[in-house]
Write a protein that binds this ligand. Structure first.
Ligand SMILES: [Cu+2]
Length: 209
């Protein structure tokens, strides 16, 4: 008996997987600009399902390190339930805290990586600071969907792997005025990729790049 899988069968299987995957998923390419048409970097962009399509919830983790008395990265987008570690890669001690309603916590003066990551289980935005170094700041935007990303220097981001259905595409930026309107656009996805632009108003004088 021959138990080996023939190369032909293997190839056919791979092709089938590729085609099946391609038929089920599409992407949304987005550019975020401000009121004067300038690209907005470091904006959270996310697509929320509104027509009941199944959405997976993979367990995710992320890191926000402290290096050179700064938080890196400045801006992090995560799905609800994600654990974030805060490794201190400086030789000085930091004391990380948040007073933001979606997650109030503090990691008292430490070096190295604290043993317990912080779980962010409510959607919204969180500002992180350090009790010792007032200039240190970072932002976390927590979304209720696995389809999210962060814009690059050109204000662009692509969300991949969305199943067909209706979505509400939204964006958030830490320089939006408090209580400002979150820009959103309804998108109907079939099998092909979609491009969409979002415009957001930022506080006067907010540098976007
Ligand atoms: Cu510090």
């Amino acid at each position: 008996m021959n138990y080996a899988v023939s190369p032909c069968r293997l190839l056919a299987g791979l092709l089938f997987a590729l085609v099946a995957n391609g038929a089920a998923a599409a992407s949304i390419s987005t550019q975020v600009v401000d009121g004067s048409g300038q690209a907005v970097a470091d904006a959270a962009v996310y697509a929320e399902a509104i027509s009941g399509q199944a959405v997976s919830k993979p367990q995710r983790t992320a890191d926000i390190e402290q290096k050179g008395r700064k938080f890196l990265p400045l801006m992090t987008v995560i799905q609800t339930g994600t654990e974030i570690s805060f490794p201190n890669n400086d030789t000085v001690r930091h004391h990380v805290y948040s007073f933001s309603p979606p997650k109030i916590f503090e990691l008292k003066l430490y070096t190295g990586t604290p043993g317990n990551p912080v779980v962010f289980d409510k959607p919204g935005s969180v500002v992180i600071g350090c009790n010792i170094h007032d200039q240190m700041v970072a932002y976390i935007h927590i979304v209720n969907t696995p389809y999210f990303g962060k814009t690059d220097a050109g204000g662009k981001v692509r969300l991949d792997g969305l199943v067909a259905g209706k979505y509400r595409l939204k964006a958030w930026h830490f320089s939006m005025p408090v209580g400002g309107t979150v820009p959103e656009k309804e998108i109907t996805l079939a099998a092909s990729d979609v491009a969409a632009a979002l415009t957001m108003n930022l506080k006067p004088g907010a540098g976007t790049n």
